[in-house]
Ligand binder design. Structure first.
Ligand code: SF4
Ligand code: SF4
Ligand code: SF4
Length: 310
């Protein structure tokens, strides 16, 4: 076993231990051993994905990311959602917060989609999301075109209407007898996710872009982009190794102009980065790294359709 392989194994174990530690903290503070299983499982899935990603040859590395996506996605949606009847949709999170119920979805949104973004950026979107675990099997991981200008605003409108919907049900219709694990939870989850899957697949096929739903419709990025700006882990290009072949940009599923960051001696500070590491895999000069550091994203360099890219 060489030094690089040892490092990959060590980092995968650290990932597992990090989640295990979270499980122990929640177990001790909430008094329920379920948290140990829950976070231990997520840590095992993420650690295994990271291990496979690190050890497999370049052309197969995506398998590691997909293993992590499938193991975590099926667990959260299938086991906690469908079997446990927890409304894992964004609206469920709002309802549980209003009802003062510190449930699975609240912990999930607080850790994966808010606090965790300060550490791992939008790693959730690249490695664990149950919507993305389906659309990432479609054939357009390399988007056919740049982004549609201004269409990203729809995500903020979606978030706003989700919030207004919950507020209206709570304050106007005064439906406050809100409980966990009811039939209503299950119906909301099934209908909400069906809606997401249908729109996500339709957009991917229409625009020949697997991640179109993430770019234009999903209400989660506006929440995640706050912490992702500060993320400790970000992509970085080693300038002296880069030949400016452009492959990393062409294959980035989120249309990020990585070289613009490199030319400014910055890490890839875009809050659109989903940490998929496709750029790491594709680079023939091994110039792209997933790195630790301290910086704050201030500008988005993205490729758009049309004459101007800014
Ligand atoms: S943007 Fe939304 S759908 Fe896309 S990966 Fe992130 S949470 Fe999932
Ligand atoms: S793929 Fe590698 S060598 Fe090519 S532009 Fe990107 S970082 Fe530079
Ligand atoms: S910059 Fe790299 S890690 Fe980030 S979304 Fe693009 S390909 Fe994935």
């Amino acid at each position: 076993m060489n030094r690089e392989q040892n490092k990959i194994i060590r980092e995968s174990i650290i990932t597992f231990l990090f989640f295990l530690a979270l499980g122990i903290i929640f177990w001790k503070t909430k008094g329920h051993p379920f948290f140990l299983f829950n976070f231990g499982y997520i840590g095992l899935a993420a650690g295994l994905g990271e291990l496979l990603f690190g050890l497999l040859p370049r052309k197969n590395k995506t398998i590691g990311r997909k293993v992590s996506q499938l193991l975590i996605g099926f667990y959260l949606l299938g086991v906690l959602g469908f079997l446990g009847r927890e409304n894992m949709q964004l609206e469920g999170f709002f309802f549980y917060l209003l009802a003062g119920i510190f449930s699975g979805p609240v912990i999930h949104y607080l850790i994966a989609k808010t606090a965790g973004t300060f550490l791992f950026g939008r790693g959730w979107c690249g490695w664990a999301c149950w919507t993305a675990m389906v659309i990432d099997f479609l054939p357009w991981s390399k988007p056919a075109n740049g982004r549609i200008k201004k269409a990203g605003i729809l995500r903020y409108i979606h978030l706003f209407f989700s919030f207004i919907l919950v507020m209206t049900i709570w304050f106007v219709f005064k439906k406050r007898n809100f409980h966990q694990q009811t039939q209503v939870e299950l119906q909301w989850l099934v209908i909400g996710n069906l809606f997401y899957f249908i729109i996500a697949i339709f957009l991917a096929v229409l625009l020949r872009d697997n991640r179109a739903f993430c770019k234009y419709i999903c209400p989660i990025p506006p929440l995640m982009k706050i912490g992702a700006r500060f993320s400790i882990w970000k992509i970085m290009i080693e300038k002296e190794k880069c030949t400016e072949c452009g492959l990393c940009e062409a294959h980035c599923p989120m249309n990020i102009r990585l070289l613009d960051y490199m030319k400014k001696n910055q890490r890839v500070q875009s809050t659109e980065c989903i940490a998929c590491q496709q750029c790491v895999n594709i680079c023939p000069a091994a110039a792209v790294l997933y790195s630790k550091g301290l910086d704050i994203g201030t500008r988005e360099y993205l490729t758009f359709q049309g004459p101007s890219n800014n």
